[in-house]
Write a protein of this length. Structure first.
Length: 572
């Protein structure tokens, strides 16, 4: 996550003269989203004059390595002598306007002096229609500045600072609605919250979208306004996902089905449509090929600190000790093994086309338990983090099952809204279970109570009719976008998705938004496998024509990743 960002968020609702309904709510909502977007946020509500100026002072205390600094204000604002003032909650007399209320020009100047090389963003949601007229009348009735010389609408800002972006909730001379359609936030902030969650937009594109939404919802009564002197590209996108293709791996088989990252070798293990498993490290002197027996191929592999497990197409589980010495070959099924999962350091479970779970003692190479499930075809299985011996299995039948392997009993059956479940994955923090289905559906479940909490649909966008024809000729079916592989980022915030489109997509787990989509260049195959390194910098996926694709993050590009991949992309 990008973290070199800083923000001050202020929402003033409890005015002594004329309170407002939503600014404090606005500040809370914006602070939460900016925190998720990588900002170090200071949130303040209902500030009096002294505290208002102190908060600005604190914002303008320079912090090292800050790329972007942001100031957000929601509350009353006035214009006087072509200057915009943001009003504190204890402000009662216009005589003291210049001394008790910070001006927008002064805030711009202070931020520019404190952060000369950073992007400066100022967002002002003021001029609220709820009470604006009463606020002005009550102010001027107390004496001081004449009513004709002060306005509760703001004017064009006076600033000459470079790399500054200022956004107003409404155009000069107009007012802004204090309540949006949902009622919990001001209209402008409501639209900003909706829009800022969308990835792939520059700040200019984002606020253009906000303006379109506000105009539509207000029927042209409110028109947001921006002023910019930015000289570089800025986006609120906060996740640096591994989406840069940097190289390819030539495989000893046609297609990659399964992959895993090995912390011990600091490399990837790759299995697919052949009788070899490739151990691909960042040191070419350690690259090896592991041979299974003839006429089979590796369907799935898994690794921990002690063992490498490979399930093959004929129902055998191959157990390798570390240093990849072949330890056991255990016959489990008469057909392919589709899923394996560790349930302890020395035991694992395997599932396949028969709908049976088998528990295996890896040290002695024997089957400990056989369990018949109600799922005829089990395509995915994974250990429930933090449990003693719970495993989630899935496949067909509109069903997910949680089994206590040690006791040999089903704990819970989940009714699924999709017939097939092709892949499942728990987030590293153990809070989320993700399941991938047909028709581009991904479901997110609470991993504690296994209740469905969210869902996203990634529909197929077929743009090339030749690709459609090739798929139909190959499979005899009209193409649909199945979710076939899932992999969480190490921090659990992003899930990488492999589809049958074929594409790789990165999803913001909290907000269920597409961060990035990579359309791959082959028409028939599916992205059966996506796997990330433990630091999240490298991603390896299924490729085309005996290839696996290697992607990296921007931060990895800036380091020595190219030096590593130059030696990594060879096999012995």
């Amino acid at each position: 996550m990008i973290t070199n960002r800083k923000a001050l968020v202020i929402g003033n609702s409890k005015y002594q003269i004329k309170p407002l309904q939503n600014p404090a709510n606005d500040a809370s909502a914006i602070a939460d989203i900016l925190t998720d977007k990588g900002f170090s946020v200071t949130k303040k509500t209902d500030l009096h004059s002294v505290d208002f100026f102190t908060a600005i002072d604190d914002l303008c205390k320079d912090a090292p390595d800050i790329d972007t600094v942001l100031f957000y204000f929601a509350g009353h604002g006035v214009e006087y002598e072509e200057e915009n003032y943001l009003i504190p909650c204890d402000f009662t007399c216009t005589d003291n306007l210049k001394y008790e209320s910070p001006s927008l020009s002064d805030i711009c100047k202070r931020m520019s002096e404190a952060y000369p090389d950073s992007n400066k963003i100022i967002i002002v949601d003021a001029c609220r229609t709820n009470g604006a007229k009463d606020f002005l009348n009550m102010l001027t009735s107390r004496g001081g500045i004449e009513k004709c010389s002060i306005r509760t609408t703001l004017t064009r800002p006076r600033f000459s600072q470079i790399d500054t972006f200022i956004a107003f909730a409404t155009a000069p001379g107009m007012v802004a609605a204090d309540a949006g359609v949902l009622g919990e936030n001001g209209l402008y902030t409501e639209c900003l919250i909706e829009s800022i969650l969308i990835y792939g937009m520059s700040i200019e594109e984002l606020f253009r979208l906000v303006r379109e939404k506000v105009i539509a919802k207000s029927n042209f009564k409110q028109i947001p306004w921006e002023h910019s002197s930015l000289t570089t590209y800025f986006s609120f996108d906060n996740y640096d996902v591994p989406c840069k293709l940097i190289d390819t791996i030539t495989l000893p088989f046609d297609e990659l089905y399964s992959s895993a990252f090995s912390a011990n070798t600091e490399g990837f293990l790759l299995a697919g449509s052949g009788s070899k498993v490739l151990v691909q490290t960042f040191d070419s002197s350690h690259d090896i090929e592991i041979h299974l027996h003839d006429d089979v191929h590796g369907e799935v592999l898994l690794i921990n600190d002690d063992y490498l497990l490979v399930g093959d197409s004929s129902g055998y589980l191959h157990v390798f000790a570390m240093k990849f010495e072949h330890k056991e070959k255990i016959h489990l099924f008469d057909s392919a093994i589709f899923a394996i999962s560790f349930i302890s350091d020395k035991t694992a479970v395997a599932c396949g086309d028969s709908g049976v779970i088998k528990e295996i003692d890896l040290e002695y190479g024997k089957v400990l338990k056989t369990i018949n499930t109600k799922i005829k075809h089990v395509y995915a299985a994974t250990y429930v983090p933090g449990s003693s011996s719970y495993v989630v299995i899935a496949g067909g039948e509109y069903r997910l099952e949680i089994w206590d392997i040690k006791r040999g009993r089903i704990v819970k059956a989940l009714n699924n809204n999709m017939y097939y479940t092709n892949t499942i994955a728990f987030s590293p923090d153990g809070k989320i279970l993700a399941t991938g289905h047909e028709n581009g559906v991904i479901n997110f479940w609470d991993a504690n109570c296994f209740s469905l909490i969210n869902s996203i649909n990634l529909p197929e966008r077929v743009e090339n009719i030749v690709s459609v024809i090739e798929v139909v000729k190959d499979s005899g079916e009209i193409p649909t976008n199945h979710i076939v592989s899932l992999s969480f980022s190490p921090d659990s915030n992003v899930i990488t998705v492999g589809t049958s489109e074929p594409s790789i997509e990165f999803i913001d787990v909290k907000y269920v938004q597409i961060i990035k989509k990579i359309r791959l260049d082959f028409p028939v195959s599916r992205v059966y496998s996506v796997c990330q390194s433990t630091d999240g910098n490298i991603l390896i996926s299924t490729g085309h024509k005996r290839k696996a694709y290697v992607f990296c993050t921007n931060r990895a590009t800036d380091k020595d990743i190219f030096k590593h991949t130059a030696t990594a992309l060879q096999y012995v």
